[in-house]
Design a protein. Structure first.
Length: 545
């Protein structure tokens, strides 16, 4: 009897050992940038239950574990899943269902695309488009509203600019919104021509006056576009995103989709700048189901530099009467900041000009002080006064930046702010040197959603055509190591997720991307052409070329 019990105990021990050494997947023969604290490079990983079990040597892991699936990476480079720290996922999804105006090189091109879109969707009651950029057009003398009225007199038209901070509309849309003359809009502008007639251009908060009348799409249609958007993000190696400002209805819609497992991309969704929504959600506390996280509030301080709406300490160099403007009063901003400070929620504020950035830094310091771990963020921080860089360190304010803005704005930015202030603009390296980290995002759909484009802009400081020769303000370029960390572990840290993801380490989510070339070693001019071979989220392949 004792002998039989002994045999059973041996069998049980053997079964236990075998079970402990079974894994779902081994990836070997790779060059794995773990982005751990030592920036270790390994050549194999073992994954079980959607997390990394071990990282190390191919021969040892293949010997130690029995895997249901084994991938020979054939020497390919692997990185933690890329994290876009500032994006607009729902706007991106919506844009896939609109007239695509991105890259249009003239207003005639815009009109041609709008006509094609209307023919493709004759049953729609509005023409909605996105992506126009007048800086790409040689002829800027036309009147937007008049041109749209000529071709589309009987259907309302609403066209978002490439940065989603301005819109062009026709008379039909203005009539539906009951706008027949310009009037004051706090934090916005209804544009007029030289004789006071409506131009058809709405800026910032004024856009909502017309946008609110556009019919809502069905939940089924919205899910279809979100799924398509997710597929596109996976195809470029993104596994996590920050959705920078989501309204209450869309947050609830996202929660339902993630609960039903209809979306897979990890989404750190920020609560939009609406005090009623902010208070309601803060009362209910954090939400985190492993894919969707809601624990951050998004405020908006000022407008854009391009449209001279960013709040500056002194006037624009090309408009001596204009310092830009805040999109809400200082009193309202301080009240909102105080309320978030009294909660456990994170706060992220869009501040672009040096005046807005100083205001937010000082208000943050007033309410959270120094030596805090609140990880409050400033989104963009495009222009920073020389005396304010140290405040990022003093008040522990996390800079969330978009490197590609430097290489798209460089053609006009000096005109806006002059040669002195430009030295402290798009200052990624200065921010890293002061705070110790930055989080990299793209601001898609206003810019490309491909994180390799952001990486290229951060390290080479040139545009898609390799201009300017030698790079733009190269003193503010990041090293490749810094740029990779900024789109992986630093980005995760900025969202309180560095213990869960952002690096390839034991116990962390098995999110990773395999590339056709090593982004850490190829020449700068090859970075944008690198292809994603495979994207994995939680151990599941979500994209494979």
């Amino acid at each position: 009897m004792k002998f039989i019990l002994y045999i059973f105990s041996i069998l049980a021990l053997f079964t236990s050992c075998t079970t402990n050494h079974e894994v779902d997947l081994i990836v070997h023969n790779a060059r794995i940038y773990t982005v751990d604290s030592a920036f270790t490079i390994a050549d194999a990983v073992a994954i079980r239950g959607g997390v990394f079990i071990e990282i190390g040597n191919s021969q040892q892991l293949l010997k130690r574990y029995q895997a249901k699936d084994v991938w020979d990476a054939e020497g390919a480079a692997i990185y933690p899943g890329f994290y876009d720290s500032h994006a607009h996922f729902l706007s991106f999804a919506s844009s896939l269902n609109m007239a695509n105006l991105y890259g249009a090189d003239s207003f005639a091109d815009v009109l041609q695309r709008l006509n094609a879109h209307r023919k493709a969707h004759p049953d729609r009651s509005w023409i909605v488009g996105a992506g126009w950029d007048q800086d790409r057009w040689k002829d800027s003398t036309f009147q937007v509203k008049d041109s749209l009225d000529k071709y589309f007199p009987d259907i309302p038209v609403y066209l978002s600019r490439v940065d989603y901070q301005a819109a062009s509309v026709n008379s039909r849309a203005l009539n539906i919104a009951n706008i027949d003359s310009a009037f004051y809009v706090e934090g916005g502008l209804i544009s007029t021509d030289s004789v006071g007639n409506l131009s058809g251009v709405l800026m910032d908060n004024a856009m909502e006056l017309v946008r609110m009348h556009i019919p809502e799409v069905s939940d089924e249609e919205e899910l279809r576009t979100l799924t398509k958007a997710e597929e596109l993000l996976f195809s470029v190696g993104l596994t996590s995103i920050v959705d920078a400002g989501v309204n209450e209805l869309d947050l609830e819609f996202l929660r339902n989709l993630y609960t039903d497992k209809k979306l897979k991309i990890r989404n750190y969704a920020m609560i939009e700048d609406n005090q009623r929504t902010i208070r309601k959600i803060m009362r209910s506390g954090f939400y985190d189901d492993g894919r969707l996280t809601i624990r951050s509030v998004k405020l908006t301080a000022d407008g854009l530099l391009r449209t001279r709406g960013a709040a500056l300490l002194s006037a624009y160099s090309d408009d001596s009467t204009n310092n830009g403007f805040l999109l809400q009063t200082t009193e309202n901003l301080e009240k909102a900041i105080r309320e978030v400070a009294d909660s456990k929620f994170q706060l992220s504020t869009r501040a672009i000009g040096d005046s807005a950035t100083r205001l937010i830094l000082d208000l943050y310091g007033k309410y959270i002080g120094t030596n805090n771990n609140r990880r409050w963020r400033i989104e963009h921080a495009n222009v920073v006064n020389e005396s304010d860089f140290e405040k990022f360190k003093r008040f522990r304010v996390f800079p969330s930046v978009q490197p590609i803005h430097a290489t798209t704005d460089m053609y006009w930015a000096t005109d806006r702010i002059g040669s002195d202030r430009i030295r402290n603009a798009y200052a990624l390296k200065r921010l890293v040197d002061n705070y110790g980290m930055v989080a990299i995002g793209s601001d898609f759909p206003g810019e490309s959603y491909n994180p390799l484009f952001s990486f290229h802009a951060a390290v080479a400081r040139v545009d898609a055509n390799g201009e300017p020769s030698g790079g733009y303000e190269m003193k503010n370029a990041l090293t490749r190591r810094e740029a990779l960390m900024a789109m992986t572990i630093w980005a995760a840290h900025a969202c309180f997720q560095d213990s869960q993801r952002g690096s390839i380490q034991r116990g962390k989510d098995a999110d990773f991307v395999m590339l056709s070339k090593d982004m850490m070693t190829v020449p700068n001019e090859e970075l944008r052409g690198i292809q994603v071979v495979r994207t994995v989220v939680g151990g599941e392949t979500v994209f494979k070329r």
